[in-house]
Design a protein around this ligand. Structure first.
Ligand SMILES: *C/C=C(C)/C=C/C=C(C)/C=C/C1=C(C)CCCC1(C)C
Length: 242
């Protein structure tokens, strides 16, 4: 007898295919939520809510195609993955900018964050897509990528974003930015773990972790970070006093 899982084409014994499918549904549902709730928040938060919905919406479309790609080839959809991130991570930088704009965030802060995140992703893409399977290649590009990551991390915890949040005088914004900074510290750190499962990566070389796990880590991290980021923005929007 055909089960539901056969009909929707998720191989039962393939947890990675399963996370592509649930990731897709979760991103889609989150987008509907953010777009609909946009109408119930105060005017100054509407743009932030729109950006939250765009982040999960762009991811939903990519998950639709990545799931297909994975099911038909059994391979990591690296190009689609990085196209998704190159659109959505800069939008997460826009969220930091919008939340601290009232306290004086400048366009230059926004561009620095975007530059650092694009640097992180372009170097990460070179590390993954052009791998020769060697540890040297993987580690070199992984470390270069980490520089961009550390810049965003620093800015969120101690640099301009943290300082502007403190200056805003709004406890909800201070707390919200701190929560987002935790996402960058813990949630974003899941990605390098996935990256190191690639052939040549440290976890692959020294612990024998399979390269198929790359997508497992990326899919879990995406759900936590993209939906989580949006929910934090939403909670700031509904609880901020001013
Ligand atoms: C929605 C997508 C997000 C938040 C993606 C974030 C991706 C990263 C933080 C990736 C970081 C990487 C490193 C720090 C080193 C190895 C290469 C990467 C690109 C996986």
């Amino acid at each position: 007898m055909k089960t539901l899982l056969d009909i929707i084409a998720i191989p039962k014994d393939d947890p990675i295919a399963f996370t592509f499918f649930t990731g897709y549904m979760a991103m889609l549902a989150a987008s509907v939520f953010f777009f609909v709730e946009r109408s119930s928040v105060e005017g100054k938060w509407k743009l932030s809510m729109l950006v939250s919905g765009l982040i999960t919406g762009i991811a939903a479309v990519h998950y639709y195609y990545m799931r297909d790609y994975y099911l038909s080839t059994g391979e990591n959809p690296t190009a689609l993955r990085y196209i998704d991130w190159t659109l959505t991570v800069p939008l997460m930088c826009v969220e930091f900018y919008l939340l601290t704009k009232a306290a004086g965030a400048t366009k230059s802060l926004l561009w620095k964050l975007i530059f650092a995140s694009v640097w992180m992703l372009v170097t990460g893409y070179i590390g993954e897509a052009f791998t020769d399977g060697s540890t040297g290649h993987s580690v070199l590009w992984g470390l270069l990528s980490t520089l961009g990551y550390l810049y965003v991390l620093y800015t969120a915890w101690l640099g301009e974003v943290a300082q502007l949040a403190a200056k805003s005088g709004d406890a909800t914004v201070v707390k919200g930015i701190r929560t987002l900074a935790w996402f960058v510290l813990v949630g974003w750190a899941i990605y390098p773990i996935g990256y190191m499962c690639m052939p040549g990566g440290w976890l692959n070389t020294f612990l024998g972790w399979q390269s198929s796990n790359v997508d497992l880590f990326y899919n879990i991290a995406d759900a936590i970070n993209k939906i989580g980021f949006g929910l934090v923005v939403y909670s700031i929007a509904v609880s901020s006093k001013k």
